[in-house]
Design a protein around this ligand. Sequence first.
Ligand code: SF4
Length: 153
Amino acid sequence: MKLEKYLEILPKSLWVTTCNSGSCNGCDIEIVATISPRYDIERLGMKLVGTPRHADVLIVTGPVTKFMKEKLLRIYNQMPDPKAVVVVGNCGASGDVFYKSYNLEGPVDRIIPVDVFVHGCPPRPEAIIEGVAKAVLKLERLRGDLQKAGEGQ
Ligand code: SF4
């Protein structure tokens, strides 16, 4: 599906937070580029927020070091339902060049459920924006499920 199609079904502004679980910062710089004037993710209704308690989507970069495992879990658990997780970069998806490191607990899907993988080292801002937009599909399904559960009570 093309990016425009995802955005057509965007029901409301998506609030996004990030966690660097031990990346080299390459992916994080590309995330910064998505909020800078050239790509300006906010014009698409996606807003970066500073606390997981306000976020619909968690973007994770890095392969999850031992030091970051508990912190990543805490961030995930602080987010209200429905929520979605987008992994940005090859490190978070597979460990990539750090795969055999003694210091890894990841990749990310060993620690928390992942909905969308955005591959690349690092991925371009267009791919990151598309990855976040894909998370909309999961959020919509979860909202529907929660609504049905509420009606059944
Ligand atoms: S995927 Fe590449 S740019 Fe991203 S954290 Fe890993 S090594 Fe760095």
